[in-house]
Design a protein around this ligand. Structure first.
Ligand code: PLP
Length: 395
């Protein structure tokens, strides 16, 4: 595989390699075996000690997981990657591998609810404390970082108001204090932004979102420096958080169309955001392409190819208008508690993804009762705009 080819090309060819002399399977074989047989102890020991390539027991790693890891490492420009059973398994293993009792974490208060629960509920019991910040506010991040800070955890684009942290500035800030920058790039994928190229130490993803792309494969993946990845892999193995072979295989199939899909998601979201911004039933649109977006300049600098399919908008009619819109959109644009499918879906963040937060914090984050998050799929944008026009007509 040429290292000079474009990401779209490398993604399309991911996993298509075979032993010398054998015909090339364009889709890698699926190895479901949980364990392998060995002719003698010495050969098993060589594999267990990492002296010889091979697989022993699936929780330690397996062929399909390795193919996915190599593909993601290649697309992220990383030395290595480790797959895990879910995105939460990826971030839990990362924090457990790189922080210990007495350590401190700085994290974006806009982060995914599961990440916030890990930081707020589980880590304090292990003696690891967290300060929550607005990662798009460098001064606030700077005030939060202490000599005990090991990790600065941010999302490349935040949920649901699509804020855009300045990753190169955050990397510099973290490194000046001896901390590592860890970026959740689930919303953007390496097709749009490769955090390691902007100074991040590690990048992680929830695989069922854009990487897999079809709401079918579960999983998580962390990519970065090989030494760090080895430490995280050890946590994944100890926690028993290994990704299953079938999910790894499905995720690789989805990954092959990543470049095309992200282009279509970005175009669709920009067109739909433009339509919503002019609609009288809509009071506010959160999308980095809009001139009133607070980090429009940072977005233009970091995301020359677009920002993917995520946007949110506020209905003038508040919560009641939300219920009406969901009912009118029906199965065309379904209410669905996830994101990043090839088909457009929506959620009501205040009562779903962010339901555990107190009202004052919801307001501070801009998560109002009238806010809807749209995950714009790869459909023709004019079809989506037609459906939204009809559904919004009664609002
Ligand atoms: C941005 C983001 N990061 C991480 C996660 C967690 O991933 P998973 O559900 O695969 O554990 C999610 C889940 O929705 C997410 O939206």
């Amino acid at each position: 595989m040429s290292s000079r080819s474009h990401l779209t090309t490398r993604a399309a060819r991911a996993g298509a390699h075979s032993p010398p002399g054998e015909a090339l399977p364009l889709v890698p074989a699926l190895h479901q075996a949980t364990v392998h047989g060995y002719p003698d102890l010495a050969s098993l020991h060589r594999v267990l000690d990492g002296e010889q390539h091979g697989h022993a027991y699936y929780r330690f790693g397996h062929y399909n997981g390795q193919v996915l890891e190599q593909a993601v490492a290649d697309l992220e420009g990383a030395d290595g990657a480790v797959a895990s059973a879910s995105g939460m398994a990826a971030i839990s293993s990362t924090v457990l591998a790189l922080a210990e009792a007495g350590d401190h974490v700085v994290a974006d208060r806009n982060a995914y609810g599961g990440t916030r629960s890990l930081l707020g509920v589980d880590l304090p019991r292990l003696g690891i404390t967290t300060t929550l910040v607005d990662a798009a506010d460098l001064a606030e991040v700077g005030r939060a970082v202490t000599p005990r800070t090991r990790l600065v955890l941010v999302e490349a684009l935040t949920n649901p108001t699509v804020r855009v942290p300045d990753l190169p500035a955050l990397a510099e800030l973290a490194h000046n204090s001896g901390a590592r920058l860890v970026v959740d790039a689930t919303f953007v994928t390496p097709a749009l932004l490769r955090p390691l190229e902007h100074g991040a130490d590690l990048v992680w993803h929830s695989v069922p979102k854009y990487l897999g792309g079809h709401s079918a494969a579960m999983g998580g993946v962390v990519a970065g420096d090989a030494g760090l990845v080895d430490r995280i892999r050890q946590s994944v193995v100890h926690l028993g958080a290994t990704l299953g072979p079938f999910d790894a295989w499905m995720a690789l199939l989805g990954l092959k169309t990543l470049g095309l899909r992200m282009r279509a998601h970005s175009r669709g979201a920009t067109e739909v955001a433009g339509f919503l911004a002019l609609h009288p039933a809509v009071t506010r649109v959160h999308h980095p392409s809009r001139p009133d977006h607070p980090q429009a300049g940072t977005a233009a600098r970091l995301y020359p190819d677009g920002t993917g399919g995520m946007l949110s908008f506020e209905l003038a009619g508040g919560r009641r208008a939300v219920d009406d819109l969901i009912a009118r959109l029906g199965h065309a644009i379904p209410l669905s508690p996830s994101l990043a499918d090839v088909a457009t879906t929506l959620v009501h963040p205040a009562t779903t993804t962010h339901r555990s937060l107190p009202v004052d914090e919801l307001e501070a984050l801009g998560v109002t009762g009238g806010l809807i998050r749209l995950s714009v799929g790869i459909e023709e944008p004019s079809d989506l705009i037609g459906e939204l026009t009809t559904a919004l007509a009664g609002n």
